[in-house]
Design a binder for this molecule. Structure first.
Ligand SMILES: O=P(O)(O)OC[C@H]1O[C@H](O[C@H]2O[C@H](CO)[C@@H](O)[C@H](O)[C@H]2O)[C@H](O)[C@@H](O)[C@@H]1O
Length: 367
């Protein structure tokens, strides 16, 4: 790989500081276990399997490669076709379509303020090989813009906040980048209890230098692996292996783990064909969701219905918060059945767009 393959960050410097305690949580990644049916399609059911952090031995590397292989399950030839399957999936019964159950969601929102939380990659934009080309469609952008007219709306992404803003380009939204560690609100938002004061929050400012250091080390280390990319997401890093030959995944995983093994305050997690390096702060998309609800004046309120739509493992933190608080709904975007704390499901970004449109239509009908 040449260094031109390396994605260079366009992120800016820190604004404020919030110090949080470090945690040493373990790593979990989805391992497909069995197959079931989802609306007539074959689906692999994933189970979380704990993986110990930062060990670089052979068995551990194999475990990592297994979970890397399964981090974005796709249908293969060995997968039975639609008619080959029988029976109803218990998964789809537990996580029914948010489109087919739209009325149920609407009736739960009666007398409540919907607050919309949207993940970016795989939710608003389709998954593509080049992370810099993950554009959302004009129609999706319109749908998000319309939703934000009626409901406070936040984009919650693993990406650097500036980068995700550059993809979405809607000033009226809240943006939580770096998996929620970097939050900025619109300069004016009537619902915010901060009034017209701009909302800015950073959960891991003290890690900026470390992340930058690791970024440089990783660029150097993985430059020999064709297709590998490091993306600087400001408070975290993403090492992409979507374009790396599977035979090289073990080498890549090992190199990444060797680099971060000298940084005990960083942890390694997985997303869709991506290894993510994050500070061990107790902050995630779930905390960002709570923070934003509080900023909007809805802490401990029963008058709010948060809806969070996301496709990835890191979105589970937000789904968990909603489930735990018994308020609002998580909606998982996935074609395959996964262990999830989401209440509903949607298959792909086009269904997300449809769902957003239905919400807007419904709200317009009320006015
Ligand atoms: O929280 P998200 O907004 O979903 O961000 C998670 C990661 O998304 C991006 O990577 C993913 O999408 C890429 C473009 O479709 C794809 O090439 C990659 O394989 C996916 O993992 C983003 O590039 C990462 O920085 C984010 O952490």
């Amino acid at each position: 790989m040449t260094k031109q393959n390396v994605v260079v960050s366009d992120c800016t410097s820190p604004i404020g500081k919030v110090r949080l305690a470090a945690s040493n949580s373990g790593l979990f990644s989805p391992i497909p276990e069995t197959l079931a049916s989802l609306d007539g399609r074959l689906i692999a059911i994933s189970k979380k399997k704990p993986i110990k952090r930062l060990e670089t031995g052979g068995a551990r590397v194999n475990a990592w490669v297994d979970s890397m292989r399964d981090s974005s399950p796709t249908r293969t030839k060995s997968t039975p076709s639609l008619p080959e399957r029988e029976g109803k999936s218990s998964w789809i019964l537990r996580h029914p379509s948010a489109l087919e159950n739209f009325e149920q969601i609407i009736s739960a929102s009666k007398g409540k303020q919907i607050v919309m939380f949207l993940d970016y990659d795989g939710t608003l934009s389709p998954i593509v090989e080049d992370p810099d080309q993950a554009f959302m469609s004009m129609e999706m952008r319109e749908a998000v813009r319309d939703v934000a007219r009626y409901f406070p709306t936040a984009i919650v992404s693993g990406r650097c906040r500036d980068k995700v803003y550059n993809f979405v380009r809607l000033e009226e939204l809240f943006y939580a980048g770096s998996h929620g560690m970097d939050i900025k609100g619109p300069s004016k938002h009537p619902k915010s209890d901060k009034g017209n004061q701009e909302l800015i929050f950073e959960a891991a400012s003290e890690f900026l230098t470390m992340i930058d250091e690791v970024y440089k080390a990783l660029i150097n280390e993985i430059s020999s692996i064709p297709g590998a990319k490091v993306e600087n997401n400001k408070f975290c890093l993403a090492v992409h292996f979507r374009c790396v030959d599977e035979k090289r995944w073990a080498a890549l995983a090992k190199q990444v783990r060797v680099v971060i093994s000298v940084y005990p305050k960083l942890k390694l997690t997985q997303g869709r064909k991506v290894l993510e390096i994050r500070p061990t702060v107790k902050w995630d998309k779930g905390k960002a969701l709570e923070f934003l609800l509080e900023s909007l004046g809805y802490a401990n309120s029963n008058d709010v219905l948060p809806i969070y739509i996301g496709d990835d493992q890191t979105d589970e933190d937000a789904f968990k918060v909603l489930r735990h608080n018994g308020k609002g709904f998580g909606i998982l975007v996935s074609r395959v059945a996964k262990e999830t704390n989401a209440s509903y499901s949607l298959q792909e970004p086009s269904e997300v767009k449809e769902f957003l449109r239905l919400l807007v239509e419904h709200e317009r009908g009320l006015q």
